[in-house]
Design a protein around this ligand. Structure first.
Ligand SMILES: Cc1cc2nc3c(=O)[nH]c(=O)nc-3n(C[C@H](O)[C@H](O)[C@H](O)COP(=O)(O)OP(=O)(O)OC[C@H]3O[C@@H](n4cnc5c(N)ncnc54)[C@H](O)[C@@H]3O)c2cc1C
Length: 381
């Protein structure tokens, strides 16, 4: 159910073919084991990095490809969704965490951190959400208190993607300093005393992706490991939200396209009352509605991808794209599962996994309600 695309050139399609064949070779044979273990292999990540699929936006002097064109990021997000490759690590590293390192880190910090992120030996994560607050970032209670030559970070975080594997974690914490008011971004090396991982969380879907609680007990972060200006963390966090949210919209449309393709095949062959179930008018209309809506979504999200590749996508539009595309994804996935009847509820069917995995898209990266708030405010309400 894929529409013709106009935003990609031959270089993007070559990249897509190479990444697709990489996933087919290196991810799909291990997927079931990763789902059972709740984590992907480190070795897989290093191979992905060696082949240029991780942190490729990083400058060439740090081992990256210096590709600052969101269309390449989108290709990766789409292929992970089409193939059901079961990991959020590409999106987290390339679209969400990576930009903090290449846009905000000082040259000295880049020198220390980027080579490891680019070669896959350093797994990065970002920790904003806490047990008591997620949507309301100003309400975080973790603190960073001034001490000689740095900051002592205290508090706890939860729902952190790659939290079990992470080596380098960007931690949002309230600055405790008589002269600075606000939130700071403190980069914590996971070997630092006082840092502790909690449970690997048991999720409804996305089981191959580790998600964890993290604890910080007087963790010393030297001044040299603060990203940007301490106290200016909130605007810095806001700065990357358009890309993060658009990436989720990109995954949403690709996932819906693939689910529709799989469902079309199913309803064309499954028979009841002497006819393929897809040929009953109710189901034919339902498929027609979904195919049409996903085609509309494709055009809308492609326009956003193209604008983001020129860094011209406003935050509120990215929020709207995330909101609308992930809500559409959910409606489509739920209906596609229904069209599979009882088989749709069996874990051995891909549609069941897609349905479970899709649910969180309306929650993480900012909930649908928060996205509606952002769009509403952007039109002056
Ligand atoms: C699998 C997974 C991975 C995640 N990965 C990360 C990660 O890597 N790093 C990280 O920092 N966080 C991560 N998160 C956290 C995620 O971003 C938050 O769960 C999300 O932002 C919502 O916050 P909350 O869970 O505290 O919900 P709450 O903020 O408590 O919201 C509860 C409900 O209230 C609604 N609500 C809140 N405020 C308003 C409002 N003003 N108007 C209307 N409704 C409102 C929400 O929409 C929601 O329905 C992850 C979450 C999950 C589930």
């Amino acid at each position: 159910m894929r529409s013709p695309r106009t935003i990609y050139g031959p270089e993007h399609e070559q990249f897509r073919a190479a990444f697709r064949s990489f996933l087919q070779r290196e991810a799909l044979p291990h997927r079931e084991r990763w789902l059972a273990d709740g984590i992907i292999d480190r070795d897989f990540w290093k191979k992905a990095a060696a082949d240029g699929f991780v942190a490729f936006t990083a400058p060439e002097r740090f081992g990256g490809l210096g590709i600052d064109d969101f269309r390449f990021n989108a290709v990766i997000d789409e292929e992970v969704a089409y193939l059901g490759a079961a990991t959020d690590a590409f999106q987290l590293t390339n679209d969400i965490v990576g930009p903090y390192f290449w846009d905000l880190a000082s040259p000295e910090q880049q020198e220390r951190w980027l080579p490891g992120i680019v070669d896959g030996s350093t797994v990065p994560a970002i920790a904003m959400t806490e047990p008591g607050t997620g949507s309301d970032l100003r309400g975080i209670r973790s603190t960073a208190t001034r001490t000689d030559g740095g900051w002592l970070v205290n508090g706890s975080k939860t729902f952190i993607t790659s939290g079990i594997q992470a080596d380098l974690i960007i931690v949002a914490a309230k600055v405790v300093d008589p002269e600075i008011n606000g939130i700071g971004l403190f980069v914590v090396d996971a070997t630092t005393p006082g840092f502790r991982r909690g449970r690997k969380l048991d999720k409804v879907g996305r089981q191959a992706q580790d998600t964890a609680e993290l604890f910080f007990d007087d963790v010393l972060v030297p001044d040299a490991d603060v990203l940007g200006e301490a106290g200016r963390g909130l605007p810095l966090l806001m700065g990357n939200l358009a890309q993060e949210r658009l990436a989720m919209a990109v995954s949403a449309i690709a996932d819906a396209e693939q689910a529709l393709q799989d469902t079309l095949e199913y309803v064309s062959t499954r028979t009841a009352f002497g006819a393929p179930v897809g040929t009953f008018q109710a189901n034919r209309f339902s498929m027609a509605d979904m195919v049409t809506e996903v085609r509309i979504g494709r055009v809308y999200v492609d326009d956003c991808i193209e604008r983001q590749s020129r860094k011209a996508l406003p935050d509120a539009e990215a929020a709207g794209a995330k909101y609308w595309a992930t809500e559409l994804q959910w409606r489509v996935l739920d209906r596609c599962l229904q069209l599979h009847g009882g088989y749709g509820y069996m874990n051995e069917y891909d549609i069941a996994r897609r349905w479970r995995d899709a649910r969180v898209q309306r929650i993480y990266g900012g909930t649908s309600e928060i996205m509606q708030e952002i769009v509403g405010r952007s039109i002056g309400l």
